[in-house]
Design a protein around this ligand. Structure first.
Ligand code: SF4
Length: 181
């Protein structure tokens, strides 16, 4: 028997099921780029952070990065769109929710979309992108829902830099502005 695959940082073995999903995720596996496709579903319009550089209001022919969309979909409409795309693209392996706001700041929509698709498509890899602010609240539900891949965007470690990046942050009913110092 060979050595188990490990993460480079922790040397913990990666579970086989998790590894199999990661190998079908083009964002995490170079080889998956050749074989698999992913789609983002725009069900999360709101955000609890206001980054100065963020513009979620438009798209055009030059704006095709994740998070920029032409429309916002309700969960059932997102499921219908997934059904149409997956019927035409057999290599579709990943459904991501990356905006146009924050996946967890729109948790009801995000959860329902994943639930609807996951109920009929157990092979799909679910992926979320978040600023991480609400991860402590939803981490358990995310795991129970079967989401295996979460990207957390971290803009800075220094609050003085954060004060320049963020106009404000809304957290548990409070509005935060400026630096912690
Ligand atoms: S956290 Fe993301 S979606 Fe929210 S304002 Fe910043 S860049 Fe935009």
């Amino acid at each position: 028997m060979g050595c188990p695959v490990t993460t480079s940082d922790t040397k913990m073995p990666i579970a086989a099921a998790m590894l199999e999903k990661t190998q079908r995720h083009p964002c995490y596996s170079f080889d998956a780029h050749q074989k698999f496709a992913r789609m983002h579903l725009p069900v999360a319009p709101h955000c609890n952070i206001s980054c100065n550089y963020c513009n979620r209001k438009f798209d055009c022919v030059n704006e095709s990065r994740p998070g920029v969309t032409s429309e916002i979909l309700a969960p059932q409409a997102a499921k219908n769109k997934f059904d149409k795309v997956s019927a035409r693209i057999g290599q579709l392996s990943v459904v991501g929710i990356a905006g146009p706001g924050d996946a967890l700041a729109n948790w009801e929509n995000t959860r329902e979309t994943i639930r609807l698709i996951g109920a009929e498509n157990p092979h799909i890899v679910f992926c979320l992108s978040t600023n991480g602010l609400l991860l402590p609240e939803y981490a358990q539900e995310i795991v129970e829902l079967g989401v295996t891949h979460v990207t957390v965007t971290v803009n800075c470690l220094d609050s003085a830099i954060g004060a320049k990046i963020y106009q404000h942050i809304k957290y548990k009913g409070q509005l935060y502005e400026g630096s912690l110092e």
